[in-house]
Design a protein. Structure first.
Lengths: 385, 340
């Protein structure tokens, strides 16, 4: 008998069944993410109640009842205040922002010279974007142009007085431009200086170690505001007559010193997390000190402290608003300065100004924060969880 | 506040000698090609930026008048924004050539701080604004009130004096910026806001319900606001003072920025003398300027009345009447010595 009955062998995979309706879809997400346990349910309900409480008036104030067009304060006033809006209505005064927008970006930089900050901005963005993309080519050249050449070019371009450009003194700089210049400069300086200080603090050479410790501890021990005050009020009194030390330069130096000291401690934290074996391993390969640091230690240490570094950058970005103390008008300073314009004096102008300034600050800080998360994931090489 | 004044005074005493030793400010200003004026960090109508980012206000126009007199170009004025605390060190250190930052002329500022005052470009007085709901009719009923006030000003000192003299208690709530003090008052952080009356006009612009606030009748101080220069430089002091006098005289003589050319050619002898078209006049050169200094001021900036109308007058949002700042022959205090 040649017929053989083969036992049943399935030739193809069972077609996948759709997941049970309780495990997919919106309902599943809601059930598992929002209401999995009674405690979570309570929290969810509270959160939704909070949002319901806070969001409608906020949206109403920001958009629905806001004034959008106009050329003076009247556009944002209610009938009782001498305007045309209904009495019970109060919303943001956006025409104030649009009337002052150029000032908020450029400060009091002369109108006919505004192409200069715009050009600097364009160059900055064009160089920054490839710098931020891990896969873009020519990283080395890119970094050199962005961090070494661009600052000099922008310095001459913005300040003028050379190459046939009209001089524009820093007194006239202001707005977002000042905020960005200060923080970019601070960030560019603080990372390398911070690395050097952190290494110095762990050095075996007592003099170097002491210098670094003194620098870090002194700078960290004084509030930035005190240093700016000293620089703006006391310094001119001690200087010979006619000698002025540009205010903007004072702010640049102050901000960078501070950021460097904080950065040094962040990086030292990273260095401490590197096991001793890494140092010894590098030594046993015959690497010199700088090779060891550059090839073995720093790549690991810096990666570990990305959150701390970005924290410092974000703090630095926001600290730049302290320069309004010394009569420089950064983003926030220019907004408060313009609140004194009688043509725009309304009850809602100050709040509108602050909300707008806050939003711009948030945009930049959020951008930095998201980019740092991206870098963390990109550089992740298995230290996670 | 007293501490700040005191420390500024001590600073001035120590360092006054160093800064007073400089050559004439007028020469310095001419050499550098512009005049540097200290202005506020935003006081509506006195010094505030407009939509283009240019400074405007009555103090700013004073400074432009100085630039017009010295250079024949009102644009050769640079402005340094100073907080009320920073303004005196900035003048002492020479960071600014003249302080046109609605600063009250007081004896201690004139003497121990080492400044000179002579002209008053705005006569002000300190007043109170309160919420109507408090039912207060007089400042004497303000015992126990929380009072919003700006730091480092004579306002703060007057307030202390007034309450002490009348045996009243109060809680000062101090702010560095005028804008912060006013919004705090409007938000109900304090019961009373006190500042110069010009400031009370400004705060009304920012109120949610201007009609629910009343200005109390008491004016508790004299606040003559004028420019300050460093002591020991009489020539510069003269230039700064006569800029104001030229503007007041121009208004008195009916010279405006519009008719100044006509007046220069056809006006009476006193007008010609002032505008420098008199034969062989030495008035301007004796001042260290050119003889058309007053012409330039009126032509490029305007007379006192024009400046007042343009910056704080009834047609601006501030709507301030001339009051004490009317000319002496119209019931006010603005009086200028003759130019002859």
């Amino acid at each position: 008998m040649t017929t053989t009955t083969l036992s049943f062998i399935r030739k193809e995979m069972t077609p996948p069944q759709p997941a049970p309706s309780s495990e997919v879809g919106v309902w599943h997400w809601v059930r598992t993410k929002l209401f999995p346990t009674p405690k979570d349910t309570v929290l969810t309900v509270l959160a939704i109640a909070f949002l319901a409480y806070i969001l409608p008036p906020l949206i109403d104030w920001l958009f629905i009842h806001a004034a959008w067009t106009g050329t003076s304060r009247v556009a944002c006033l209610t009938v009782a205040q001498g305007g045309a809006l209904p009495n019970d209505q109060s919303g943001a005064c956006w025409p104030f922002i649009s009337a002052k927008f150029n000032q908020i970006i450029f400060g009091r930089y002369p109108l006919e010279e505004r192409w200069r900050p715009i050009l600097v901005m364009v160059m900055f963005v064009l160089l920054l974007i490839p710098m931020l993309m891990p896969k873009a080519p020519l990283k080395g050249w890119n970094a050199i142009t962005l961090f070494l050449i661009l600052p000099f070019v922008s310095f001459f371009l913005l300040l003028g007085g050379r190459f046939g450009l009209a001089p524009v003194e820093t007194q006239l700089w202001g707005g977002l431009m000042v905020t960005l210049i200060l923080s970019f400069f601070g960030i560019t300086v603080s990372l390398p200086v911070g690395i050097v200080l952190a290494l110095g603090r762990r050095s075996n050479l007592p003099v170097i170690k002491m210098l670094c410790v003194v620098f870090i501890e002194v700078i960290r021990g004084i509030p930035l505001i005190t240093v700016l005050f000293m620089a703006s009020i006391m310094l001119p009194l001690f200087m010979p007559d006619g000698w002025t030390f540009d205010k903007f330069l004072r702010a640049l130096v102050g901000v960078s010193l501070f950021a460097s000291a904080y950065m040094a401690e962040v990086i030292r934290g990273g260095l401490q997390a590197i096991p001793k074996g890494q140092f010894e391993g590098a030594d046993s390969l015959g690497l010199g000190y700088w090779q060891k640091i550059r090839l073995v230690i720093m790549p690991q240490a810096l990666k570990l402290v990305i959150p701390g570094i970005v924290n410092t950058f974000i703090g630095l970005f926001k600290d730049t608003s302290l320069v309004s103390i010394i009569g420089m008008f950064d983003l926030l300073g220019i907004v408060t300065l313009n609140q004194a314009d009688a043509n725009w004096a309304t009850p809602v102008t100050p709040v509108t100004g602050y909300v707008f300034a806050g939003f711009v600050f948030w945009l930049f800080c959020f951008g930095m924060s998201r980019y740092s998360l991206f870098m963390e994931r990109h550089l992740d090489t298995g230290h996670k969880k | 506040m007293k501490k700040t004044l005191l420390s500024a005074a001590v600073g001035a005493a120590i360092l006054g000698a160093a800064s007073a030793a400089s050559a004439g400010t007028l020469q310095d200003v001419k050499a550098k090609g512009f005049v540097t004026c200290g202005v506020s960090q935003g006081i509506p109508g006195f010094s505030n930026p407009d939509d283009k980012g240019e400074w405007s206000g009555i103090d700013v126009d004073y400074c432009r008048g100085i630039a017009a007199a010295v250079f024949g170009d009102a644009k050769k004025a640079k402005f340094v924004a100073l907080s009320s605390k920073d303004r005196f060190p900035a003048l002492q250190s020479g960071e600014v050539d003249v302080l046109t930052r609605n600063t009250t002329w007081t004896i201690s500022r004139d003497t121990s701080l080492g400044f000179n005052f002579r002209t008053v470009n705005y006569y002000d007085g300190q007043g109170f604004i309160v919420k109507k709901s408090l039912n207060v009719k007089s400042a004497l009923e303000l015992s126990g009130a929380a009072v919003c006030v700006q730091q480092g000003t004579t306002t703060e000192l007057n307030l202390a004096d007034y309450f002490k003299a009348n045996n009243l208690q109060y809680n000062p709530v101090v702010f560095e910026k005028e804008a912060d003090a006013t919004s705090a008052y409007d938000a109900g952080r304090c019961d009373v806001y006190t500042t110069d009356q010009s400031g009370l006009y400004a705060i009304r612009l920012k109120m949610k319900a201007p009609d629910e606030n009343v200005v109390l009748p008491e004016v508790i101080s004299k606040e003559p606001l004028g420019p300050a220069v460093r002591q020991g430089d009489d020539q510069w002091f003269d230039v700064v003072s006569w800029v104001h006098y030229a503007m007041v005289n121009a208004e008195e003589l009916g010279i405006t920025s519009k008719n100044v050319d006509e007046m220069k050619a056809k006006g009476g002898p006193d007008i010609k003398r002032m505008l420098g078209s008199e034969e062989g006049t030495k008035i301007g050169t004796d001042l260290g300027l050119t003889n058309d200094w007053a012409y330039n001021i009126v032509k490029l900036v305007g007379n006192y009345g024009e400046v007042f109308e343009r910056t704080v007058g009834p047609n601006t949002p501030l709507k301030i009447q001339r009051g004490l700042n009317a000319l002496w022959n119209k019931g006010g205090l603005q009086y200028a010595p003759p130019i002859r």
